[in-house]
Design a protein around this ligand. Sequence first.
Ligand code: SAM
Length: 357
Amino acid sequence: MLSTHPIQMPFDFRRLCSVTSWSLFPGMTAKAVGDAHAMAEERSDVPDQPFYHESILLEEVVHFLAPSEGRLIVDGTLGGGGHTEALLRAGAAVKGIDRDADARNYATERLARFGGRFEAVAGCFSEISRLAEIGNWGKLDGILLDLGVSSHQLDAGERGFSFRFDGPLDMRMGDEGATAADLVNGWDEADLRQIFWDLGEEKFARKIAAWIVQKRQKAPFETTLQLADGIEKLIGRRGRTHPATKVFQALRMEVNDELGELRRFLEVAPALLKIGGRLAIITFHSLEDRIVKQTFRDASKAEIDRPEWPAPRPNPDHVYRLLTRKGVAPGGEEVSRNARSRSSRLRVVERIKTPVL
Ligand SMILES: C[S@@+](CC[C@H](N)C(=O)[O-])C[C@H]1O[C@@H](n2cnc3c(N)ncnc32)[C@H](O)[C@@H]1O
């Protein structure tokens, strides 16, 4: 049963304050970062796993976005439409943005019964202002982002996201721009090293980048397994996590400019929300989570202070009220049902009336 009102709390509200270990960044370990992609690669053993994607922190999202009749919510990462469906069932209208045509087609079919209350929209969530203007959406009651890849994208070998299948080294969520193969075969060693280190926190970044550059002189990398098996031979396997996990994560994030998308979205989001409208973001990666956490925190402070100032001053960027001080983690039951949820965190803010300074 889904909650549609903040008073009905279907989950233990105390868990909102239970995520003490998530302040791991910047001291967050490479293992924790790699876990995000490794978890995404893990299949849940539950037999009734949905065909497309199992939605994460579903009840919590519904609780915070409080969907109801007459409200308009944008799901900026439509995917299989699981979150969107819960919002529609509670009575809201939803515009579901996705850059992936497979996701839009699947969700359109799944959600057809909601008629005109649902619309799938092609594009990137960083373009939300333009999409809202074209669609004449007006101010929004809520926005949701559930970042990263869907299980469907990972499970479709031909999309090239996964080292579990042999496929073209592609990794694009949409159908434009450079592929992972373009990066691996064309980028300088220093640039490859940098993204493996920054986005994957891969401690063998230097060794792997040097090996790629040497190997591609003979023949370009074309498939996922060429890269994954080569990395496994190069650095060996320890434990359950595949040694190519962090490199694959880094390439995926770079190919889809995932951090750039998030930053550009966060800049425009406040102007799209009604006063009282809410923004909920689920992250899976420490860098993403740090960006969201800092942006929400900075925009929720009434005052800013500097040592050189005689007194604190009003914050001109004060546009939000923070609803999740520490981020919401999935409960034990969700984690055991869906291993992929383990590294997820939900952060939510509410648009406030901008103070006149
Ligand atoms: C984790 S899945 C979302 C799953 C969805 N919440 C559900 O319940 O089924 C993320 C989806 O967002 C899409 N996506 C990721 N980054 C995007 C971006 N910058 N703009 C638009 N869509 C994006 C992906 O193509 C993918 O389908």
